[in-house]
Write a protein that binds this ligand. Structure first.
Ligand SMILES: [Mg+2]
Length: 290
């Protein structure tokens, strides 16, 4: 069977195959939610590897569940990908998996954007360009309180078009917020357009670097690349904010959706979701019974 999150947290040896299956379980959780109506599956599958890695290998789940002051904090600024976050919270044991069935119903608080009424959700996000400023406030507060934690903000690449992002990028550098890590989900899509066709962003690395940030990039679906990049970021003691550009593919894992502008938002039939589930099952590294 798939090893539960808290068991993996206690096991310091990183098992790539187990983690792959953990991500697949998270993706299947997203599909479970998608049966209740439209869902940004593409955006969720674009950043779910990174989110799963953080909760599976970096964060202290006990501290998050107990809302301890020195817990690490994740803000999903691209809030429309919330199904990825709820999926991981459920797989990591922070919320009950049963709640996923209530997505978009009046029986629960799980709706379109991150809802702080849900355990593990730190801030209501989804209005583009706001999450980073919130993260800066939290990072600054941690410094004032002498709390040694990480404040991680996941932003979409299209979200970088918001002016408030660049004000925040200036301020984070001015305050030398080394406990602030921005992860950019660089799927090169904004709604159903290519980012470079709308408002060109390249080179994001050069832009952040010129604003005084430490910059890294990785393949947002390669667990070893994600792991190595974050390791470098966490061990670097430079008094500067950090950014990780996670190059990704929207809808990664489901060929029909992958980088397909037609499915930037998807409201799929039950039969289609069943087919997606089968595709994900075929990607598992080892049999669940092992
Ligand atoms: Mg994008």
């Amino acid at each position: 069977m798939i090893v539960e999150a808290e068991y993996i947290m206690e096991d310091n040896d990183f098992h790539e195959g187990e983690f792959t299956n953990f991500v697949i379980s998270c993706k299947k959780n997203v599909l479970k939610m998608a049966k209740n109506g439209g869902c940004f599956i593409g955006s969720a599958f674009s950043c779910i590897d990174v989110i799963a890695y953080l909760y599976n290998n970096i964060f202290d789940i006990k501290k998050i569940k107990e809302k301890q002051d020195d817990r690490d904090i994740l803000i999903l600024s691209k809030g429309h990908a919330v199904s990825a976050l709820y999926a991981v919270l459920a797989e990591a044991g922070i919320i009950s998996k049963d709640r996923l069935d209530n997505y978009l119903t009046n029986n629960d608080d799980l709706y379109w954007h991150p809802n702080p009424n849900v355990s593990g959700i730190e801030f209501h996000s989804g209005s583009m360009g706001h999450g980073l400023a919130i993260g800066i406030g939290m990072a600054f507060a941690s410094r004032l309180k002498k709390i040694d934690n990480k404040i991680i903000v996941i932003v979409g690449d299209g979200e970088l078009n918001e002016g408030s992002i660049w004000e925040s990028v200036l301020i984070a550098n001015a305050y030398k917020l080394k406990n602030l890590i921005v992860i950019i989900d660089r799927n090169r899509r904004q709604a159903n357009f290519e980012t470079e066709e709308l408002i060109p962003l390249d080179s994001i690395k050069d832009k952040f670097s010129s604003f005084g940030w430490i910059t890294h990039s990785c393949n947002g679906h390669d667990i070893n690349d994600i792991s190595n990049s974050l390791e470098q970021i966490f061990t670097d003691t430079t008094e500067k904010p950090r950014v990780l550009i996670a190059n990704s593919i929207r809808g990664k894992g489901i060929p029909l959706i992958e980088d397909n502008p037609k499915y930037w938002f998807g409201d799929f039939e039950k039969k289609e979701l069943e087919e997606f589930n089968k595709i994900l099952d075929s990607q598992k590294i080892f049999d669940e019974e092992k």
